[in-house]
Design a protein around this ligand. Structure first.
Ligand code: XBP
Ligand code: MG
Length: 242
């Protein structure tokens, strides 16, 4: 079957958002909330194995500040910090602090021009996705995506397949007719568990992740064109991607 949709991850794939964007925003939100939590670059790299910002904060608190989780208002406080973190992240992105990775814009523009459906499957919050696409490529670009699957629309975040399944159902195509582009081990695992052939472009934070099962691995997307992706996808015909 020919390629019927391209599904992009966001963090680490479209842009190196984690250290320059999310980590800064988390630390600012912790300080604003009066919490003594500080995530340095190395700790944050480790914490990225827990996908989802709210889930990541809860995991960290369990390890380093268990008394915080015993507070009656812990859930509400975490929700408030995460909302502040998202506002801060959007401000950083719209301020131009987070550029796209090489080659990303070319592929998206080419796919849009060719009428190939585009989609997003991400763990991060929807407003972060819109801000990144609009700031880096133009206000109209979020509307080029037929489906944006983001954040809490599913119960289980990556590496669970849920977000890919959610997106594929709305695209109305078979998983094997899509191609996913991911940067991390949990992202690849999610796409594969949903049966989607996947190309990986490891982000700096994910260089030690396990990438077995990807149909191809690139340092970044520069130099690649849509026909290259179509050819890679054609090579997966009749193979089981799960
Ligand atoms: C992205 C994430 C997200 C972001 C933070 O993973 O794990 O949690 O770090 O976003 P992926 P929120 O690229 O695999 O989707 O704070 O909005 O959750
Ligand atoms: Mg990612």
């Amino acid at each position: 079957m020919s390629l019927r949709a391209l599904i992009f991850d966001v963090d680490g794939t479209l842009a190196d958002t984690e250290q320059a964007g999310h980590r800064v925003a988390f630390n600012d939100a912790f300080a604003e909330a009066g919490l003594p939590w500080v995530w340095d670059a190395d700790r944050y790299d480790e914490l990225l194995q827990v996908t989802g910002g709210k889930e990541r904060m809860r995991f960290y608190a369990g390890d380093f500040d268990p008394e915080f989780l015993e507070r009656e208002d812990a859930d509400a406080v975490l929700a408030g910090i995460h909302a502040a973190k998202t506002r801060r992240y959007v401000a950083l992105v719209t301020g131009g602090r987070v550029p796209l990775r090489p080659g990303v814009e070319t592929i998206i523009r080419e796919a849009h021009a060719a009428g190939l459906p585009l989609a997003i499957a991400t763990t991060t919050s929807p407003e972060n996705v819109t801000a990144l696409l609009a700031t880096t490529m133009g206000e109209e670009v979020p509307d080029w995506f037929a489906v944006i699957g983001a954040g809490d629309v599913v119960a289980e975040k990556k590496p669970a397949p849920d977000i890919y399944e959610w997106v594929i159902e709305r695209l109305g195509v078979d998983p094997g007719d899509c191609l996913a582009i991911e940067d991390s081990g949990p992202g690849l695992a999610a796409a594969r568990a949903a049966g989607v052939p996947t190309v990986v472009t490891p982000s700096a934070q994910a260089s030690d992740d396990v990438f077995s099962g990807a149909i191809a691995r690139y340092t970044d997307l520069s130099g690649l064109c849509l026909d290259d992706l179509r050819t890679l996808h054609a090579g997966t015909a009749g193979t089981d991607q799960t």
